[in-house]
Design a protein around this ligand. Structure first.
Ligand code: SAM
Length: 313
């Protein structure tokens, strides 16, 4: 409860829109979701995040980290919890501006813990409702000394590019508690692609029957606050902002960060899908049929169901 009240004071106009949008999104069951035209796209995004998370955990462990601590910045309803569980991490801090989502994330974590086998040690967790583009997150940590091996910011960072102060605060929260050699990983829309498509369009928007991106003007694009609306079958429809990547990379240097890798989803896919383990994970995540697992039969279906549910965001 002490986690929720400061957020209210800190939420700005845009922050309020984001929070109330994500707060009012309904939790829908697997059946409804599987009928959605965006089901496969969501699964693809989840596959991509799973591979990214898995590989970064390998790198962190390869560098000698044993008890891995993670900050999930903009955790939403906890769609990545299962990925972190599979990765065998020790601790996670989940932060999001939308209080309802943070509550759902906590509930999902508690369910996960409750249903786990007694011989599996599930990571410890802290949940924080916070506008991470306005508030210094480290001041809210239960353990004031905590340092992270990884900060993961999935489909979130673009909301902060409303202003330099917000983008910088988000970056500060992502990086200031990283251990030396730690990683900041994330996914965000490609501003070049968005502008390219806008410029090619004869109106102020582009898209298809599934998604639509609309700008208020074109021709010039401010470094911060370059707003557009993104809608995906009505699922996400709050203003977002272009992230000019060279500027982002430059800003990150302030926090002693250097760019290790930047890839478009298509490039990432083409590279990773060549590996057998990544390809078979994709088959599992995309397929609607029960998939084989060690215990076989019904167990497989249950696992799949749980998998899809927990992976949803
Ligand atoms: N990372 C999650 C995932 O991949 O499933 C959720 C992604 S969702 C597209 C974007 C999330 O960013 C929402 O949960 C939203 O509330 C959160 N968000 C947006 N602005 C934020 C801010 N300033 N501080 C914290 N969270 C924010």
């Amino acid at each position: 409860e002490e986690e929720t009240s400061p957020t209210k004071k800190l939420v700005s106009d845009h922050g309020e829109k984001v929070a109330s949008h994500y707060n009012t999104l309904q939790e829908v069951g697997l059946v409804v979701r599987s009928q959605s035209r965006i089901f496969y796209m969501r699964n693809f995004n989840n596959w991509l995040k799973s591979v990214l998370i898995g590989e970064i955990l390998d790198r962190v462990r390869g560098a000698g980290s044993r008890n891995v601590s993670v900050l999930d910045l903009g955790c939403g309803k906890g769609g990545d919890l299962l990925k972190w569980r599979r990765g065998g991490i020790s601790h996670i801090v989940c932060a999001d501006i939308a209080e309802v989502s943070v509550d759902q994330c906590r509930t999902r974590y508690e369910e996960m813990k409750r249903k786990s086998h007694s011989n599996e040690k599930i990571f410890s967790a802290q949940f924080i409702a916070s506008d991470c583009s306005k508030e210094v997150l480290s001041e809210r940590l239960d353990d004031p000394e905590l340092m992270f091996d990884i900060c993961s910011c999935q489909f979130v960072y673009h909301y902060s590019f409303e202003s330099e102060q917000k983008a910088d605060m988000m970056l500060r929260n992502a990086c200031e508690r990283l251990k030396p050699g730690g990683f900041f990983i994330g996914t965000t829309p490609d501003a070049y692609e968005l502008v390219k498509r806008l410029e090619a369009s004869d109106s102020l928007s582009f898209g298809n029957e599934v998604f639509k991106v609309s700008f208020q003007s074109k021709g010039s694009y401010p470094l911060f606050g370059c707003q557009y609306h993104f809608s995906l079958e009505g699922v996400v429809n709050v203003p977002e902002f272009l992230v000019y990547f060279p500027l982002f990379e430059h800003m990150a240097k302030r926090y002693n960060m250097r760019l290790v890798l930047k890839q478009r989803f298509s490039e990432f896919f083409e590279e990773k899908v060549k590996k057998e383990n990544h390809r078979s994970l994709m088959m599992k995540m995309m397929a609607l049929e029960p998939f084989p697992c060690e215990d076989g039969g019904q167990q497989a279906t249950d696992n799949k169901e749980q998998y899809c549910h927990a992976e949803e965001h």
